[in-house]
Design a protein around this ligand. Structure first.
Ligand SMILES: C[C@@](CO)(OP(=O)(O)O)[C@H](O)COP(=O)(O)OP(=O)(O)OC[C@H]1O[C@@H](n2ccc(N)nc2=O)[C@H](O)[C@@H]1O
Ligand SMILES: Nc1ncnc2c1ncn2[C@@H]1O[C@H](COP(=O)(O)OP(=O)(O)O)[C@@H](O)[C@H]1O
Length: 298
């Protein structure tokens, strides 16, 4: 069973104060983009789960029971009370700890692959409930497209969105830890009451409904960006460079450090990618498009 599974960007990320369970209440608008990991699942004898990882940043990915894809397979087997094994192989193209949900996407892919391999046939609601137990971003990675996330990000509702958008991703050579960025956000928050109930911005939802890239570019927003910039100050110059070269919008994706630029169209995305790449400011760049579907058997 081979599953292709996309990276995500956050078009909006509004973050409330830390809750008593350690998570932050948030309102997110996710979009899946055309940068994919590939997860292959092959039958093994009952109870055996193996993992191997290759590709971009593979040396930073655990090949133990801590791997999110392994956790996904174990949880599915436990939830469905079945005695099956699986060999999981991940080919990574999504940068590790890049703010693009690479690990969550691998977990979503492992769920989809094992569900098909083992014939557990979870319905959508059951699949999303298992996904939510694995991480805040995992349910979105199952669903894909463009969706609104609430709770700590795990409750997803497809968004009314028109159009396909041309994005440029600019990767940083070193990842950022999601918990560290949330902790920096806490330190920088002057008045927690100000953002107690985050809600998605209506101008962004209107831009998506209209399929208007100019309005979308102006509405992009990320409450974690100041914290990510504090931890990785060099990203400021990357964002400014994109804006100076005609990006309709520039922001840090989620907890970073990947920077995202909205281009006018595919040709502009290629031009912007070439210019950014020769700037020496980033380790690599990639033009992508979105939305694309979530984790799917191919
Ligand atoms: C910030 C976001 C934006 O989409 O993703 P990334 O940009 O890292 O990919 C997500 O909220 C990350 O989702 P994910 O990476 O699945 O996080 P989880 O495994 O659920 O949580 C990891 C840790 O991040 C912090 N966390 C996560 C989500 C949340 N709403 N509040 C938090 O404070 C907690 O410290 C938690 O222990
Ligand atoms: N399959 C996996 N792919 C990537 N990272 C994984 C995986 N399983 C566990 N991890 C761990 O999760 C951490 C977060 O990775 P990732 O999901 O790529 O980043 P982000 O949360 O910024 O989107 C990594 O530091 C890595 O150690």
């Amino acid at each position: 069973m081979v599953v292709r599974t996309p990276a995500k960007i956050n078009l909006a990320l509004l973050v409330g104060p830390r809750r008593s369970d350690g998570y932050h209440e948030l309102a997110s608008v996710y979009q899946a983009v055309s940068l994919y990991d590939e997860v292959t699942a092959t039958s093994l004898p009952a109870g055996e789960i193996s993992i191997s990882v290759s590709g971009l940043g593979a040396e930073h990915v655990p090949v133990t029971e801590d791997n999110l894809a392994v956790r996904a397979a174990s949880l599915l087997a436990e939830e469905c009370a079945i005695d099956e094994g699986v060999a999981l192989t991940i080919r990574k193209s999504i940068p590790v700890a890049g703010g693009m949900a690479g690990g969550s996407s691998d977990a979503a892919a492992a769920l989809v692959a094992c569900d098909a391999l083992w014939g557990t046939e979870l319905d959508r609601e059951e699949m999303l409930a298992v996904a939510a137990r694995l991480g805040s971003d995992v349910p979105f990675c199952v669903v894909g497209g463009t969706a609104v996330g609430s709770g700590h990000g795990e409750l997803v509702t497809p968004a009314l969105a028109r159009g396909t958008y041309a994005w440029v991703l600019a990767f940083d050579p070193e990842g950022l830890s999601t918990p560290a960025v949330f902790s920096e956000f806490d330190r920088m928050l002057d008045d927690p009451e100000l953002t107690a109930s985050p809600t998605v911005p209506s101008d962004l939802m209107a831009a998506l409904l209209a399929g208007n890239p100019v309005a979308l570019g102006q509405a992009l927003t990320n409450d974690l960006q100041p914290a990510a910039l504090r931890l990785r100050p060099r990203l400021r110059r990357v964002l400014d460079f994109g804006t100076e070269h005609g990006a309709l919008g520039s922001l840090v994706s989620g907890s970073g450090p990947t920077c995202v630029f909205l281009a006018r169209d595919n040709d502009h995305a290629v031009d912007l990618a070439v210019t950014l790449s020769s700037s020496g400011l980033v380790s690599s760049v990639k033009p992508v498009s979105g939305p694309v579907p979530g984790a799917r058997v191919i």
